[in-house]
Design a protein around this ligand. Structure first.
Ligand code: ZN
Length: 205
């Protein structure tokens, strides 16, 4: 008998770490702000052709928006839908403008020793499942609060989320999704207490 019951498989990316997650066409990844403060850097790649990647530049162009809402699609560098926003219980404040943090950002901020970072988390996560990518695409920064001011400068604020807020994203093709539980602990991007926390998710369908 074919099991037609829907399935939900929960997962967690430990604080400051990254993880690659296969997501089949039509499946949904629910990303959950359990504590209300953690931001998730996310990437997606075409599982059948890893040279095609989710592109924030093309997503902004395709949607004529810098922050997407329910019904909008994050698209690839080839303008094809990769992730559709199907539900968002948060205030809907996410970021598509800023780069992933990397070791140089922490060196600029004064770190004298290695600091974990989202860029390395992407490449480590892919390597764990035998994949690689030659550079770090601009990430989707879920729950990251980067307002554009009237003079077109940007600010970096703590997330506007509350504990339990989540976003559902539906795959438009077979994907490799990567989540980094951003290790940023030198600014308030992960909350006023500057404490990175686990990134929770659920695979549905
Ligand atoms: Zn980061």
């Amino acid at each position: 008998m074919i099991d037609t019951l829907s399935r939900a498989v929960p997962g967690v990316v430990p604080a400051t770490m990254g993880k690659a997650i296969p997501l089949s066409n039509g499946q949904v990844i629910k990303v959950l702000s359990q504590h209300g403060t953690q931001v998730f850097d996310m990437w997606a790649f075409n599982a059948a052709d890893m040279t095609e990647f989710m592109s924030m530049e093309h997503t902004r162009s395709r949607n004529s928006k810098i922050v997407l809402g329910v019904g909008d699609h994050y698209v690839s560098d080839r303008r094809r839908p990769m992730l559709c926003v199907t539900e968002d219980t948060s205030p809907g404040i996410h970021d598509t403008l800023l780069c992933a943090c990397n070791r140089q950002i922490y060196e600029e901020a004064g770190c004298k020793t290695y600091h974990r970072n989202c860029s390395d988390n992407l490449h480590e996560g892919l390597a764990e499942i035998g994949l690689s990518f030659p550079f770090t695409p601009g990430p989707l920064n879920v729950f990251m609060n980067i307002p554009v001011n009237a003079d077109r400068t940007i600010s970096r604020l703590p997330p506007a989320t509350k504990p339990g807020d989540y976003v559902r994203l539906k795959a438009g093709m077979d994907l490799i999704v990567v989540i980094s539980a951003c290790p940023q602990d030198m600014t308030v991007i992960n909350g006023p207490d500057k404490t990175p926390r686990d990134a929770h998710y659920v695979i549905e369908g």
